[in-house]
Design a protein around this ligand. Structure first.
Ligand code: FMN
Length: 246
């Protein structure tokens, strides 16, 4: 599985909410577990851990009845939800590219007994398993997403922003805004009383799609916190990070 396979999955993936009875085939499960060690972090200084759980380990609203779950734990630091979104989206695309169903789970949480004694904080879950429904979209027209003009004022870089536009988000609220141009794309998310943390996770997912798109077109990129972009986010948005493109 190459990074380009993950890039291709951006244009076909969808949330899978119906799962076949039974567990994932053990060889595939081994591939999933070994891919966890390959994930690139957005913020490498944040310590993280991903645990594989079973259905009974997880409870809560909007839970899908999948046999397996990935639970993301993180050190509590600025940017940790965005980093979680960036890393776990690599798993969502990996699963989709391998014909395994997956669905982000912002509602449910691991039960107390499954949390373990980790000093890291629980951030989010992703359900996965053998699908019992279509796992891929047939075309980009099937994505319900806002047009690029509504979520970006960047000139150029549509090749990087179109994949970000197609990213999944909690309740499909697409809480991101892209600004900048001339070698930098600044990412901001819509502040919210209720779903602020979920919106930060979603902005990390969009950054993951931008990063894979940049790799796909052989652009060299770095992630930075740009202090002037940080001080001037669009109204009602908070700045997350910038992708510098050379
Ligand atoms: C951070 C996050 C949390 C989500 N939480 C849930 C959830 O709790 N239950 C659920 O069924 N779907 C959940 N979703 C899936 C979204 O509803 C879905 O991604 C969105 O509607 C777009 O559809 P698509 O993934 O099929 O493209 C979540 C997605 C994200 C990114």
């Amino acid at each position: 599985m190459t990074q380009d396979d993950l890039y291709e999955a951006i244009f076909r993936r969808k949330s899978v909410r119906k799962y076949a009875l039974g567990k994932l085939d053990p060889t595939m499960m081994e591939k999933v577990v070994s891919h966890l060690a390959e994930l690139k972090p957005l913020l490498p200084e944040i310590r993280t851990e991903i645990k594989v759980m079973i259905n009974q380990d997880v409870k809560g609203m909007f839970k899908v009845d999948a046999p397996h779950f990935l639970a993301f734990f993180s050190e509590v630091k600025e940017g940790s939800p965005t980093n979680a979104g960036f890393m776990m989206q690599q798993m969502d695309l990996f699963l989709s590219a391998n014909e395994v169903g997956s669905c982000w789970q912002g509602g449910p949480k691991p039960i107390k007994e499954s949390m373990g004694a980790s000093e890291l904080e629980f951030v989010t879950l992703m359900a996965f398993g053998p699908p019992a429904e279509d796992i891929h979209r047939k075309s980009v027209a099937e994505f319900k997403r806002e047009p690029l003009e509504k979520i970006s004022n960047v000139k150029g870089y549509d090749d990087l922003l179109e994949p970000a536009r197609l990213a999944p988000s909690g309740t499909n609220n697409q809480p991101w805004f892209f600004s900048g141009g001339n070698g930098a794309i600044h990412v901001s998310y819509a502040r919210s009383m209720i779903v602020d943390r979920m919106n930060q996770i979603s902005s990390g997912i969009a950054l993951c799609h931008m990063w894979l798109a940049a790799n796909h077109s052989n652009k060299s990129v770095e992630f930075r916190i740009d202090r002037s972009a940080d001080a001037n986010p669009p109204k009602k948005y908070s700045y997350v990070a910038s992708m510098l493109i050379s």
